[in-house]
Design a protein around this ligand. Structure first.
Ligand code: ADP
Length: 636
């Protein structure tokens, strides 16, 4: 058994600990849960990777970032540490070998995406393992006060209990004091085990330069031309801006590429690799780029648009200068950006009609029921994230309780003949399997089984069928594919007054929207202030900087006032023309307003409305004004 120091030096080939690491690791080794708030690049991963090797059992690492998981697992393999990841790219054969490794104890770290934890078969297998620790990466997603709330994260605390994990390590780079408190409450972390290192990054020179929208492209170009060969990321809000700005820079001879979630996977991968290897030195990107980018020599982060929150800003500039060398972080701020950003927050709030419809549907469900989020999303024209948030609210209010997700359909591909499979079992089991196989629909390769229907037909428990399939898969006799995920729920406390509940939930969404708007306002206040930018930024995260940093644009006395925000009025002619087309997906005022402000919805994207020439045409007009105009026109 190696000691802590020996692991550090021999296994990880590191000389010493970075600030905070040892304290976190000692808490975990003593059996306590902990929260590590270190800046990006501060060395959070070591805090669970090292103890994982010293504890009995497996460490489960929950991370929402697939690219990051891959990098980390590759890196661990290079150090000779047995780690694995489960994401959608893992095929059946790899899955089997991972399960074997977990069961025989040879895999010490397993990385999983949070969605995976809603898989009943996976959870059943996890329950059989001894899980020494659960590491929750990006733990701020637990908090509704955070900028990146993920409903599935709220359930992690419950899951940690169900799986009887020995201890939890929550990790994040951006937690305001409020968010940290919520994380500690969720995972029962004692105040003494909340370990926070400084947010202040002395090698980053921050500058905020207000510009009009028209001047901004030129300003960016000039800034980049002054350092044409240095690696830099330019952040923008919209995908189309990423494309436009990358084109502008390339035309001027800079080596720039666009990156956003609208590009194909291969293209994104190509751009990322080219940036990592230095073939491309400027990436113009939406927030989709950068999570898990571990490039040490990024010399500049340019914000072409305002970030949505100071948490986002901190995370984005945190990618600069990881090697400790001086780096530039330039915010080309325009208050005109606020409208587009605010509109996105408003657009996320569901219609009162849709909300009433959804709740009406829910209260009429039987004591046990199930649903598919994408179905409800299409039916009520509400984005899946919003449905998931609503369901989580109802769960937290004690109205419903999720039982288990399940698949409606299993497809089996036999690796040996059915007769050979049956020959491996005793009479009773073989008979059962024969009946199950016979109840399926036989294709050329796949046998399709619908467990609910089969259970009904054979008068057996569905779980027995699933267990049998799981066993066959584990033994490598069949390859299994699943489809049609549905989430099972139990009605715990049927609401007596659906209307009151609708009003209460609507209020929760309104508060959420208000918080988003407040976060934006905080960005503005910070950018417009003439105090040291570093001090203002770390102050937001609860840290005091004793002295001004001396190198930001405010400290250098370059503070400039912001130009007033442009006020654009709704264009009635455009709106009337859209109404005249009577599109089914644009029936309510809010649907119409969202479309005009360039905010997609399930129905609008199914109708391919994003390609409509008027989609986003009123993006620069405040959402509330567009909505009011739509109301006046639709409900005269
Ligand atoms: P974070 O998750 O906090 O953003 P990482 O865990 O990815 O940061 O670590 C960032 C980099 O720092 C990695 O390249 C890692 O190998 C390195 N690192 C971590 N701990 C130490 C240490 N104690 N000494 C030297 N380098 C370290």
């Amino acid at each position: 058994m190696l000691t802590l120091q020996q692991h550090l030096q021999q296994t990880f080939k590191l000389q010493g600990f970075r600030p905070g690491q040892e304290r976190v690791i000692n808490a975990l080794l003593a059996g306590r849960s902990a929260l590590a708030v270190f800046p990006t690049g501060g060395g959070k991963s070591l805090c669970y990777q090292l103890p994982a090797l010293m504890l009995d059992g497996v460490t489960l690492v929950v991370s929402p970032l697939i690219a990051l998981m891959k990098d980390q697992v590759d890196q661990l393999h290079r150090l000779g540490i047995a780690a694995a990841r489960l994401d959608s790219s893992v095929d059946a054969e790899q899955l089997q070998s991972i399960y074997r490794g977990l069961e025989d104890g040879s895999i010490k770290l397993l990385y999983v995406a949070p969605e995976r934890l809603a898989n009943e078969r996976f959870l059943a297998r996890l329950k059989r393992l001894s899980i020494s620790m659960m590491a929750v990466d990006e733990a701020h997603c637990v908090s509704e006060w955070g900028h990146n709330f993920r409903p599935d994260y709220l359930k992690l605390a419950q899951l940690a209990k169900e799986l009887e994990v020995g201890r939890v390590l929550a990790l994040t780079a951006t937690a305001t004091p409020q968010v940290a408190q919520q994380i500690c409450d969720s995972f029962a972390i004692a105040p003494a085990d909340h370990v926070q290192t400084g947010f202040f990054r002395p090698n980053l020179a921050l500058s905020v330069r207000p510009y009009n929208v028209e001047e901004r492209g030129r300003a960016l170009l000039e800034a980049l031309q002054a350092r044409p060969s240095e690696p830099a990321i330019v952040y923008v809000t919209l995908q189309k801006t990423a494309t436009q700005v990358a084109a502008l820079l390339s035309e001027q001879g800079l080596n720039a590429q666009a990156y956003h979630a609208g590009l194909k996977g291969e293209e994104r991968h190509r751009v990322q690799e080219a940036f990592m290897s230095g073939q491309v030195n400027i990436v113009v990107a939406t927030i989709a780029f950068g999570m898990g980018i571990d490039k040490a020599d990024i010399r500049g982060i340019y914000h072409y648009n305002l970030p949505k929150s100071l948490e986002n800003y901190m995370q984005e500039i945190g990618r600069a200068g990881r090697d400790g060398e001086p780096s530039q972080c330039v915010l080309l701020a325009s208050s005109d950006d606020l409208t587009v950003l605010e509109n996105f927050s408003y657009g996320d709030t569901p219609d009162s009609e849709a909300l009433a419809g959804l709740i009406g549907w829910l209260v009429n469900q039987p004591a046990q029921f199930d649903l598919a989020v994408h179905e409800l999303s299409g039916q009520f024209d509400v984005r899946p994230l919003v449905i998931n948030t609503l369901l989580t609210y109802l769960e937290l209010d004690g109205i419903i309780r999720s039982t288990a997700p399940f698949y409606t359909e299993y497809k089996l591909a036999f690796q040996i003949s059915q007769a050979e499979v049956l020959a491996q079992f005793d009479h009773e089991r073989a008979d059962f399997l024969r009946q199950v196989f016979a109840a399926g629909k036989e294709g050329r390769i796949w046998l399709t089984l619908k467990p609910i229907a089969v259970a009904d037909q054979l008068q057996v428990d569905r779980v027995r069928i699933l267990k049998a399939i799981g066993y066959l898969e584990q033994q490598g006799m069949v390859e299994v594919r699943v489809a049609g995920v549905r989430q099972g729920y139990r009605m715990v406390n049927r609401p007596a007054d659906p209307q009151a509940l609708t009003a209460q939930i609507a209020e929760q969404f309104r508060v959420r929207e208000q918080r988003d708007i407040q976060r934006l306002q905080q960005v503005c206040n910070w950018a417009q202030s003439s105090d040291c930018y570093q001090r203002g930024l770390v102050g937001y995260f609860g840290e005091q900087l004793p002295q001004p940093c001396g190198q930001c644009s405010a400290c250098k006395g370059e503070h400039q006032r912001f130009p007033e925000r442009h006020r654009t009025a709704p264009d009635s002619a455009v709106i009337l023309a859209v109404i005249a087309q009577r599109h089914g997906a644009l029936a309510t005022p809010r649907q119409l307003a969202r479309f005009l402000c360039g905010i997609s919805s399930p129905r609008a994207s199914r109708a391919r409305l994003a390609r409509h020439p008027s989609f986003g045409s009123q993006m620069e007009v405040p959402f509330a004004e567009v909505l009011a105009t739509c109301r006046a026109m639709l409900e005269p």
